[in-house]
Design a protein around this ligand. Structure first.
Ligand code: FAD
Length: 306
């Protein structure tokens, strides 16, 4: 069995989601090749080569982080593999179906567990049910929710790293500029701890209470759609059906009622803590720990005690 993990990588350390994908791929018990795509990715390549389970790292410097038209050369590359894995992201949603179509294969999206070589679990109906899907496709192309899988650790031995000959990309798009949010906090999709705030925070200024707690715990900040719509934070922090799907070790929901669309994005979290002044709020039905009270009293107290 041979497995190709395709990972988008920016300059700097290896993305946590890539190590989680390697953790997932181990369940398939095959040769794991990691293809890193991006610009200035030498540091990431060195780290990737040390991930336990990886037998080869392949590099493609793109000169831009992502290019339209990659599906053709990558589909050609994928023909040598039994599995092609990517972390579920908007890029993967764009790329993998095109590759699957070129190869004449089906593709599986948002896989959360690998049960065997051809049996996988994925959520359906906004996470209200889990479907077991089987695929007999000779090349299985899948997006995986990276945070559902254990993170592969780095060992002492390094796998070989090879640069791919430059990819021929027929593209009709051109990168004009990039505007990235620079944050010292971990990335929401792969953070171990997420602290999310809802409408109850009341304003952008008061949302700083959420940020203070997140920083204390070394976590990422998330938000409900109501908080995003009210302009407290940008929509890249929205958690839920129409936002990001997260499954951290610890998810703290503050002033969030627990609407089904929010739960769809966080209910796979390992430990859920809810802070809400309404003891009947639906979020308490899925919370492992609940604190009933006013967040404006409880949050500063909690942050100070931590
Ligand atoms: P509210 O529902 O207004 O809840 C606020 C909570 O704060 C209440 O429970 C209240 O008791 C509590 N509270 C108030 N004051 C305090 C206080 N001082 N201290 C402590 N607690 C307090 N929502 C998402 O989050 N993500 C999505 O991706 C998403 N996608 C959607 C897609 C569709 C198609 C639709 C129709 C809706 C979607 N929504 C989504 C919206 C969702 O239905 C809810 O409206 C939203 O999640 C509510 O946000 P909230 O919990 O912050 O606000």
């Amino acid at each position: 069995m041979s497995i190709l993990i395709i990972a988008q990588q920016a300059k700097g350390p290896l993305a946590v989601s890539t190590a989680q994908l390697v953790g997932a791929a181990k369940a398939l018990q095959g040769d794991i090749h990691l293809l890193l795509l991006g610009d200035q990715i030498t540091q990431a390549a060195t780290e990737a080569a040390r991930l336990q389970g990886v037998t080869r790292v392949r590099l493609a410097e793109l000169g831009c982080n992502w290019c339209d038209g990659l599906d053709k050369p990558l589909a050609a590359l994928a023909q040598d593999y039994h599995y092609v894995l990517m972390a579920a992201s908007s890029t993967a949603k764009d790329l993998l179906p095109r590759m699957a179509a070129r190869l004449g294969m089906e593709m599986l999206s948002e896989v959360i567990a690998i049960e065997g070589k051809d049996s996988f679990l994925r959520p359906i109906y906004a996470g209200n049910a889990i479907a077991r899907v089987q695929s007999s496709a000779p090349i299985k192309l899948m997006t995986l929710r990276a945070s559902s899988f254990p993170t592969a650790v780095m060992g002492e031995v390094s796998a070989p790293v090879e640069a791919l000959p430059s990819l021929t990309i027929a593209t009709r798009t051109r990168l004009v500029s990039r505007q990235a949010v620079v944050s010292s906090r971990p990335e929401l999709g792969s953070a171990r701890v997420v602290v999310s705030g809802g409408r109850a925070l009341g304003s952008k200024a008061q949302f700083a209470l959420i940020e203070a707690l997140a920083d204390k715990l070394g976590g990422a900040v998330g938000a409900s759609r109501a908080a995003v719509d009210a302009g407290f934070v940008g929509n890249d922090l929205q958690v839920g059906q129409t936002g990001k799907v997260v499954a951290p070790e610890l998810y703290i929901a503050v002033g969030i009622s627990g609407a089904i669309q929010h739960l769809a994005g966080m209910k796979e979290s390992k430990v859920i803590v809810a802070i809400n002044k309404d003891g009947e709020a639906p979020i308490f039905q899925i919370a492992d720990y609940g604190l009933v009270g006013d967040l404006f009293t409880l949050l500063p107290e909690l942050t100070a005690k931590l």
